[in-house]
Ligand binder design. Structure first.
Ligand code: URA
Ligand code: CA
Length: 449
């Protein structure tokens, strides 16, 4: 087999067979196929696409490029949750403890933020002492004793994806649906969970800007998961505005704690209850969505969810006191309040722009080796659709460098659109895809707090 022939075959719109796909992934992973050929191949996929069978073969070849995690020593059905990437997506920190408090084991391998999107690992690392790289034995042992552990992806998890993703990032081939689906699902299959709940974000702050594309991506990932023998469902949720109120690492830890203490923002909680209910159903812990939601609400109201988060943090070396006394978390020197100049409605809070602004304040990375300022970010006080009175705070910006703050501030103000007139609240949850097809929802952002 020659790579040049396979590039040509894909360029001309033909489907590749399983052996050809394995040849490409094996060759690229071990260095026999150079970046320039792989880049040309990715571009051919970008324009010619792949059918579902090819994408499944690609996913499995990538999953097998490293070590497949063996979580069979964990008791019970392990359900993983994965978000395709968003702004201020604090769900894992809220959802994982709630689901674990309901008795379903949560063994989560999380990622770091890149660009305008945040990552759970960076958020967790704002808790003093917190360790996110545990040995496999410690990880499994913690899940068996506490019911919950969150760690970074191991080095040898789907190495083909690591290499490919870095290449796609610099060759304008990230946003090809077969490549996104295989990238995400290869890591999920290699991660060893029994079932998978996907949160496909749609909107201007997400990879998928368009609803129909989000449905295509969700359908494809559900098919890949089911074909690999894992029950898989995918929710499609809104990412036009940030989820919840906090954007930034320690700010999102505070937000997760407040939510688990029953004082959080309703939209973040609603998405957590929705995704969590599907995790409990796939784990065999609940027979219906209604039953699952009441179990989660009970875990929330009783404080068992918050207690579970503290247990996990303690087991991974973190200082639990910081979850009660937030002054123990990294603190920003400057807190700049943005106030309403007159009575108005907030019409849009542009997610991607706000995410980029938070990144420039230091909350995220422009390139993967950048250091992060864990205390920097933006705390919204209001969401799109809310009425704001003159002099009320719309948002507080957290920064450590006056010059940086002044550079970013005009763009933050530009990301916040206002209106004189009543604005309809934006949608929050659009639909759920499973092997049974698509179920549509019309859940709107509820701004009551
Ligand atoms: N997240 C991933 O892991 N891979 C992609 O290609 C896009 C989002
Ligand atoms: Ca948030």
């Amino acid at each position: 087999m020659r790579m040049v022939d396979l590039i040509k075959k894909k360029r001309d719109g033909q489907a590749l067979d399983k052996q050809e796909i394995e040849y490409i992934i094996d060759g690229y992973t071990n260095g026999d196929i150079p970046d320039y050929q792989m880049a040309a191949f990715n571009m051919a996929v970008y324009f010619s696409g792949m059918n579902d069978r090819e994408t499944t073969d690609l996913t499995i070849a990538m999953a097998k490029s490293g070590k497949m995690a063996d979580l069979s020593a964990i008791n019970g059905i392990k359900v993983d949750k994965h978000s395709t990437g968003g702004v201020a997506d604090t769900t894992t920190l809220v959802l994982a403890p709630l689901v674990a408090a309901c008795g379903a084991p949560v063994a989560k391998m999380a990622g770091r933020g890149l660009g305008h999107t945040g990552g759970t690992l960076d958020k967790l690392e704002s808790i003093p002492g917190m360790r996110v790289s545990l040995s496999m034995d410690e990880f499994i042992n913690n899940v068996n004793t506490i019911g919950l552990a969150i760690i970074g992806q191991t080095e040898d998890l789907a190495p083909a994806d690591k290499k490919l993703y870095a290449l796609r990032d610099v060759t304008a081939t990230v946003d090809a649906i077969p490549l996104i689906a295989s990238s995400i699902m290869s890591k999920k299959l290699a991660g060893g969970a029994d079932a998978i709940v996907l949160d496909v974000k749609v909107g201007e702050g997400a990879f998928m800007k368009d609803y129909d594309d989000a449905v295509k991506l969700a359908e494809l990932m559900v098919n890949i998961g089911e074909n690999a023998g894992k029950r898989t469902v995918a929710a499609i949720t809104d990412m036009n505005q940030p989820l919840g109120l906090a954007i930034g690492n320690s700010l999102e830890v505070i937000e997760a704690c407040e939510t688990l203490k029953g004082r959080g923002c309703k939209d973040l909680l609603d998405v957590c209850l929705f995704l969590g209910s599907h995790m409990l159903m796939l784990a065999g812990m609940a027979a219906s969505g209604g039953q699952a939601v009441s179990m989660l609400e009970d875990a929330l109201k009783s404080g068992r969810g918050f207690a579970k988060l503290k247990e996990m943090v303690a087991a991974q070396g973190g200082n639990c006191e910081a979850l009660e006394d937030y002054s123990l978390l990294p603190q920003a020197k400057i807190k700049h309040e943005i106030k309403a100049e007159r009575d108005l409605y907030l019409s849009r809070l542009h997610a991607e722009q706000l995410g980029l602004c938070a990144m420039r304040l230091g909350a995220g990375r422009a390139t993967k080796d950048d250091a992060i300022d864990l205390s920097a970010g933006i705390m919204l006080n209001k969401k799109a659709g809310e009425f704001v009175r003159k002099d009320e705070i719309i948002a507080t910006v957290y920064a450590n460098d006056e010059q940086r703050l002044n550079g970013v501030l005009p763009d933050i103000l530009n990301s916040i659109e206002t209106s004189e007139d009543f604005i309809e609240r934006p949608k929050l949850i659009y639909s759920l895809l499973s092997k049974h097809g698509i179920e549509r929802f019309s859940l709107f952002t509820n701004v009551d707090r």
